[in-house]
Design a protein around this ligand. Structure first.
Ligand code: PEP
Length: 250
């Protein structure tokens, strides 16, 4: 089954609203008319409105980097799905390893965020992936299975329709070490099997699983050539318009 690839930029804690506008001014002409893949940029919260405005009418969508599971409330520092939707955001990254590593994100809070995103109509890009010690101990498949089972808990196939998964081996994020296309494809197959268990065969065949971890213009084509790899979540190399456009155009 043909799956439209999704190439997403995770800008982490980089760029101001002015820098967001400048990026899109330079980037949009480079990818104008590109409809082979879906393109998303995920800037920080303060840049979202500027990003949506600058990308209006283009083939580039804007996503956030996190979402809380409640619509509103006394949750200082958090942001809700209705708030994201109100400024025109369509996608959201959930469970990024930096959230898990530095900000106490757990499999259970990933599940809550995922449910809220799906409920609201946002397209969630849910991140899973093993750390180096887990890979070296031969635990990669177990970790991926656990993260998927808990992320998918109590979500129906109907509700999960927009779900996107990003396989991001933590040892490959920001390190310059990329998983080989074959190794990434093996991990994707594990994730797809879990999706089949949770949501059924047809759903699993349609599910887009992105690869993330030091994707660059030089390695994008080899990764994207794998049938199991349905796009990329790109950190460092997405901050420069030319470099991100080269990845989109792999
Ligand atoms: C990421 O942060 O999701 C990521 C994949 O980063 P990088 O491309 O810099 O490894």
């Amino acid at each position: 089954m043909a799956r439209k690839k999704l190439i997403a930029a995770n800008w982490k804690m980089y760029k101001t609203p002015d820098e967001t506008r400048a990026f899109l001014r330079d980037f949009l002409p480079l990818v104008a008319g590109h409809d082979r893949d879906e393109i998303v940029v995920c800037p920080s919260y303060v840049d979202l409105a500027a990003g949506v405005e600058a990308a209006k009418g283009s083939n580039v969508a804007v996503g956030a980097q996190n979402v809380h599971w409640k619509s509103e409330g006394a949750f200082t520092g958090e942001i809700s799905a209705p708030m994201l939707l109100s400024v025109g955001v369509t996608h959201v990254i959930i469970g990024h390893s930096e959230r898990r590593q530095y900000f106490g994100e757990t499999d259970d809070t990933v599940n809550l965020r995922l449910k809220a995103a799906l409920e609201s109509g946002l397209t969630p890009i849910c991140c899973v992936g093993e750390v180096l010690e887990e890979r070296e101990a031969g635990l990669t498949d177990d970790v991926l299975r656990r993260q998927c089972v808990r992320a998918f808990h109590a979500i129906s196939a109907k509700k999960a329709a927009k779900l996107v998964i990003a396989y991001e081996p933590v040892w490959a994020i920001g390190t310059g070490k990329t998983a080989t296309p074959e190794l990434a494809a093996d991990a994707h197959a594990v994730i797809r099997r879990e999706a089949k268990e949770a949501f059924g065969e047809e759903f699993a065949a349609r599910l887009r699983i992105l690869y993330g971890g030091s994707v660059k213009p030089e390695n994008a084509a080899a990764l994207m050539a794998q049938e199991e790899i349905d796009g990329a979540l790109v950190g460092g190399a997405s901050l420069d318009p030319k470099s991100f456009a080269a990845i989109v155009e792999y």
